[in-house]
Write a protein that binds this ligand. Structure first.
Ligand SMILES: Cc1cc2nc3c(=O)[nH]c(=O)nc-3n(C[C@H](O)[C@H](O)[C@H](O)COP(=O)(O)O)c2cc1C
Length: 342
């Protein structure tokens, strides 16, 4: 067997557990991205052999129903649905997934609320959760989740405080044998995929790398901002006053981010002066970004909207079909494995 074949076959072996779990050719998920991960991108990912995930976000059960139906019309391959735990109609959304026979539900935003895990599993679906720390991962495994995603702070969107490389070292040796674990955050090339697979990951989840896919409906301005950006432009939101909690989100620097800092200063000053009550002040901060991702992704306002992006954005260099992105990632991963074996 020549070196290239050896690398490709080792990659297939390392991905086989994750691919079997997902029902795919390759163990690469495209993480759900609100407004971006809709029927077109999701079906393109699944058709290219990966695993697409619909981002339900704040959709109503009726909208989710229509989105799943439309995705099914575009692909016969497996795909998943990402639901946010704090959605007020979570149980109805789970029922919609059940009616469509969705095979994998991803719960994001916290531990599964009472009843949700049983409802998902009663539908015959597999449940994937995010594990932000080892203790929580163990608890989730005990409660019966089927797979975990560990996501580092390099990722785009809502982030935790720990890097992917540290999470992978801390968690994979302890939990990777028990359930399939998918590593996410900061992955831009296949060499990194090979590394995490060799550490015990069943597969990987990428978001940022897929935003500029030809099939992604993100506004041309949103894609252009990605193509121009470097790793250091994807920054975490900053909290400037301990009284005013800010949810950490990684996004490209823009005028909206600067105005947000100014807004925090203004609200903090109003608090100091007693012009606003604490609850109202906190609400003003919380509501600042409402609708901001849609404004950037759909309307193309990349100056005042939220251009969520991970640090791997610097490795996004052109608009190209999903199949080309997956093929490149797989080639890079196989090449790295071939070199290590040589
Ligand atoms: C524009 C954007 C929107 C996102 N929206 C969501 C979301 O709605 N729900 C979610 O669980 N994760 C969301 N994420 C995170 C992705 O699903 C994925 O885990 C992450 O992008 C992986 O890290 P990477 O960006 O470094 O590849 C989002 C990421 C981006 C870049």
């Amino acid at each position: 067997m020549n070196e290239t074949h050896a690398g490709a076959s080792r990659l297939r072996n390392l991905m086989s557990r994750g691919a079997t779990f997902l029902g795919t050719e390759v163990a690469i998920l495209c993480g759900a991205m609100s407004w971006v991960s809709e029927r077109n991108l999701v079906s393109a990912i699944s058709n290219a052999g990966g695993f697409g995930v619909i981002a339900c976000g704040a959709m109503s059960p009726e909208l989710l129903d229509a989105e799943i139906a439309a995705t099914k019309a575009l692909t016969s391959k497996p795909f998943g649905v990402n639901l946010i735990t704090m959605h007020p109609q979570l149980m109805e959304l789970i029922a919609v997934c059940g009616r469509h026979g969705v095979g994998h539900v991803v719960l994001a935003g916290g531990l599964p609320p009472a009843g949700s895990l049983d409802a998902i599993k009663a539908n015959g679906a597999k449940l994937i959760c995010f594990a932000p720390a080892l203790a929580l991962a163990k608890k989730l495994i005990r409660s019966g989740v089927d797979a975990l995603v560990i996501e580092g702070m390099e990722a785009g969107g809502h982030i935790g405080p720990v890097s992917t490389s540290v999470l992978a070292q801390e968690m994979l040796p302890e939990i990777a044998e028990q359930v399939p674990v998918f590593v996410a955050g900061g992955i831009g090339r296949g060499e990194a995929i090979a590394g995490y697979l060799e550490m015990g990951a069943a597969g990987v989840q990428l978001g940022t790398r897929f935003v500029c896919a030809t099939e992604s409906i993100a506004h041309p301005n949103f894609k252009r901002a990605f193509l121009r950006a470097n790793a250091r432009d994807a920054v975490a939101s900053v909290q400037i006053d301990p009284r005013l909690p800010v949810i950490p989100v990684r996004a490209l620097k823009n005028a909206g981010g600067e105005l947000f800092t100014a807004k925090q200063r203004e609200v903090a000053a109003h608090l100091d002066e007693g012009r606003v009550a604490m609850a109202e002040a906190q609400l003003q901060i919380e509501h600042y970004w409402a609708g901001a991702l849609r404004r950037a992704v759909i309307e193309g306002d990349v100056e005042h909207g939220s251009v969520m992006a991970g640090q791997s954005v610097g490795m996004v260099s052109r608009e190209e079909p999903v199949a080309a992105i997956i093929a490149q990632l797989m080639d890079e991963a196989a090449g790295a494995l071939a070199k290590r074996a040589a």
